[in-house]
Structure formats: structure tokens, C-alpha cells
Design a protein around this ligand. Structure first.
Ligand code: DX5
Ligand code: ZN
Length: 229
């Protein structure tokens, strides 16, 4: 299993976003993680499709777009048009009675558009919520912090969801990628990979480092060592 590194630009210097992305791209980042927040689903506000579109023009790396927004279906076309490569939305964003229908419509539309179908899972949400969707998604993003802010400490218990998720998706004949998002750094990367993740999302560990390129490399080494065990 090869480990992929997805730096989150949430912690980047937006006065020079182009060169920040070029730096991690040169360092071998595999994806660029884009955290979209609406000050409603989460208590923070970041950016929308305009920035995703700009990033799409800055890099050929996949744009791993994480929608922490209420009504993700309402903004879906805008993010597809902006060049998102994978779109992960939260099932928690929907009121229970509407969840099934609205999530199904998103997944169908993503398939049609050729965009990766992702579901993100909050720390307090059991993976059983994903069961009905496991045969028709490409990616699960396991949140290891409560979404909204970078720089938080990884909640270890969340990693326990990964083996069951892997097993259940295989049981329905689907191979998914599993990303871990929140508090991933050189110290935690090995445990994250040991738990079965294949994509490491890292904001602060990369962009708050004096040398983001070296930080990407250290994460990859920590993750690959664990994967080889
Ligand atoms: C949190 C975001 C994360 C965040 C991770 O809501 O989804 O992607 O950028 O930041 P770090 O790596 O600093 O925990
Ligand atoms: Zn994220």
C-alpha cells in the first residue's frame, strides 16, 4: 500500500498561495487538500469555489476538496466546475429524514461528472452511518479532530474506526481510499498508517514548518515505514 500525502492549504500563507503549493508539489505532495468551511456547519469560515478554481489553475495535483458546509448539494455544481477532483461531504450536514435522498443525489451527480465520491465522518459519528453508501463511494475522510480549525490534537480513538471500515467496504466488493484529517504530524503519522489509512492530510505539520518540503518528506517517511511493517 502506498501512502499519499495531502497538504491542507488551511495553514498556508495565502499572500503567496501559488508558491506555497509549488513548494509542496516539488516536495512530492500527492494531493492538495482544500478545506471549505461555511461558518454554519462548522464555526469557521474559509473559502469557496473561487479559491478551488484558482488552485486548479495552479497545480495539476488532484484537488481533494473537503466540504464542511450545510447544504453541500446546493453548491455541488460550483465545486465541480471549479475543478475539484474528489469531493468529500458530511452526512451530518443533512437532517436525518432528508439524508438518504440528498446524499444519494450527490453521489450520482459526482459519478456522472467523473469526480471522486467522498464522505467525511466527524469524530462522534459512528462508521455505521456509512454502511448504506459503502458500495458507491471512492473515499472516506476520517476526522480525527472536530472540524473547523487546524492545529488541533489528533483524537486517537477515531483511528479505531478504520479497520472496520476497511473490512466492511471490502465485504461489499469496493476498494476505497481512507484519509485521516486532523492532527497528523511526524509523531502521529505512523499510528495513522498502522490503523489502515492511505492518505494523510496535514495542514500545520506542513505549512507551519520552516521547511514545508522537508515536512512532506518526513511525513512520507514516517507513513511509509509504518506501511512496510
Ligand atoms: C479541520 C480540517 C483539516 C485541517 C487539518 O477542520 O478539515 O483539514 O486543515 O489541520 P491540521 O493538520 O493542522 O490538524
Ligand atoms: Zn479537511
Amino acid at each position: 500500500m502506498s501512502i499519499r500525502i495531502a497538504p491542507s492549504i488551511l495553514a498556508a500563507d495565502f499572500t503567496r498561495l501559488g508558491s506555497e503549493i509549488a513548494r509542496v508539489e516539488d516536495a512530492g505532495a500527492d494531493l492538495i487538500h482544500l478545506d471549505v468551511m461555511d461558518a454554519h456547519f462548522v464555526p469557521n469560515l474559509t473559502f469557496g469555489p473561487m479559491v478551488v478554481e484558482a488552485v486548479s489553475r495552479m497545480t495539476a495535483l488532484p484537488r481533494d476538496t473537503h466540504l464542511m458546509i450545510t447544504d453541500p448539494d446546493r453548491y455541488l455544481e460550483a465545486f465541480i466546475d471549479a475543478g475539484a477532483t474528489t469531493l468529500s461531504f458530511h452526512l451530518e450536514a443533512f437532517p436525518e429524514p432528508e439524508r438518504e435522498e440528498r446524499a444519494a443525489a450527490i453521489l450520482t451527480r459526482l459519478s456522472e461528472a467523473g469526480v471522486g465520491r467522498g464522505i467525511a465522518v466527524n469524530p462522534d459519528t459512528p462508521v455505521s452511518l456509512l454502511e448504506p453508501w459503502l458500495d458507491r463511494i471512492d473515499h472516506v475522510l476520517i476526522m480525527t479532530v472536530h472540524p473547523g480549525f487546524g492545529g488541533q490534537v489528533l483524537i486517537r480513538e477515531c483511528l479505531e474506526k478504520i479497520p472496520a471500515l476497511r473490512q466492511e467496504s471490502e465485504a461489499v466488493g469496493n476498494t476505497i481510499t481512507i484519509g485521516v484529517d486532523g492532527g497528523v504530524n511526524e509523531e502521529t503519522a505512523a499510528d495513522v498508517v498502522d490503523a489502515g489509512a492511505d492518505i494523510l492530510v496535514a495542514g500545520s505539520a506542513v505549512f507551519r514548518s520552516p521547511d514545508p518540503a522537508a515536512a512532506v518528506e518526513r511525513l512520507r517517511r514516517a507513513g511509509s515505514a509504518a506501511a512496510g511493517r
